[in-house]
Design a protein around this ligand. Structure first.
Ligand code: 2RA
Length: 356
């Protein structure tokens, strides 16, 4: 029969998108089990048209499970993914717990699907949403022109910080609405939104905050180091030069990234567009004359990376400047995890015996 799937973290922002995606792929899985923290057990979630009851996270919940998709906080994944893996479940983990582990592949099906088989720990890692938004369009350009260096700035949606991020932005927008004086004098936005900043270090409404994640060495944020490390691992470029600045912006869902990419060989914008036209999971939206740009309000809820503003760098014929936007909850997290799980399902589903 078909493999059994568990969704661990089924009631979170990403878990909810996972359940939606599973409902549009009917004939892949047999039993689906929804698992979440104690406060969510007993809740009913509709998947594939049936109401499933959310179960508590216990070792036994993995008995008989072939594949488990995890979207839980890093410490929870670090503790529970090995528990599932030792019970014979292949874990696809969305957290950062295992991404840098040499024995754990970091898989993007459009780029390195073959890495799914290289899983000595029975754990496969999913990259962070910022990296996934960018790397799907970078890989085909790298294959064609040989990527050497990246300089990027991200414009990250608040849903990357979960429901709390979305809620605080809505609350702050309602507080600042209508007051035309706000943002015209230092401090008056802070005054208007008050002390509750939710998961962010500063007010999000009418602002941009040049920070995501936690403080690491030499002033870098965890988000910026993740983008660098994950991009190197996925593309197999351990010496790739990457300089990232990750910025949080008042957008609900849809991460965007301005990219300056330096290649080994000379290229031009039309050549790059041609490569991207033929790339999987990428759509070109690049017609400034008609006001067509990749933007989160259009990309949200869709699967591909939206790429535009493609131009050759003015001062380097081997460099390209462009802008990419993608849904950070979908391809940035849930969809890529579902795609990896489906590669596993194909491997685990017994082939129909060829009738003689
Ligand atoms: C963020 N990339 O946007 C991180 C985790 N989703 O906050």
């Amino acid at each position: 029969g078909r493999p059994t799937l568990a969704v661990v973290g089924a009631t979170g922002t990403v878990g909810t998108v996972m359940c939606e995606l599973l409902s549009s792929r009917k004939d892949v899985w047999g039993e689906i089990r929804l698992v979440a923290s104690a406060r969510s057990t007993g809740r009913l979630v509709s998947v594939r048209g049936e109401e499933l009851e959310v179960q508590a996270l216990t070792p036994e919940v993995f008995d008989g499970v072939d594949v488990a998709m995890f979207d839980v906080p890093e410490p929870v994944a670090a503790e529970w993914a090995p528990v599932a893996a030792t019970r014979g479940t292949v874990v696809v983990d969305n957290s950062g717990a295992f991404r840098t582990d040499r024995d754990v592949p970091l898989v993007v099906p459009e780029i390195n699907a073959e890495q799914v088989r290289n899983r000595p720990r029975n754990i496969i890692a999913n990259a962070s949403c910022t990296t996934l938004t960018m790397v799907v369009m970078l890989a085909p350009l790298h294959r064609e022109y040989g990527l050497r260096e990246l300089v990027l700035a991200s414009y990250q949606a608040v849903s990357g910080a979960g429901q709390a991020g979305v809620d605080i932005l809505h609350d702050q927008i309602s507080k600042v609405a209508g007051d035309r004086a706000l943002g015209t004098r230092s401090g008056n936005v802070r005054q208007s939104v008050g002390d509750d900043l939710g998961p962010f270090p500063a007010p999000m409404a009418l602002n941009v905050v040049p920070w995501a994640g936690s403080l690491q060495d030499l002033g870098w944020s965890s988000e910026e180091l993740k983008v660098r490390g994950e991009t190197r691992k996925i593309l197999g470029l351990p010496d790739l030069k990457v300089s990232a600045t990750c910025v949080r912006v008042p957008v609900i869902t849809g991460h965007s990234i301005a990219v300056h990419a330096v290649f080994a060989s000379e290229l031009d914008a039309e050549g790059a567009r041609q490569v991207l036209r033929n790339a999987p999971s990428v759509i070109l939206v690049d017609d400034p004359a008609s006001g067509e740009f990749p933007m989160p309000i259009d990309a949200v809820g869709t699967d591909p990376a939206w790429v535009g503003r493609i131009r050759r760098a003015m001062d380097d014929p081997r460099a390209l400047d462009l802008f990419v936007t993608g849904d950070n909850l979908r391809k940035g997290a849930a969809l890529n995890t579902v795609q990896i799980a489906e590669l596993l399902a194909k491997e685990l589903t017994p082939k129909p015996s060829s009738s003689r």
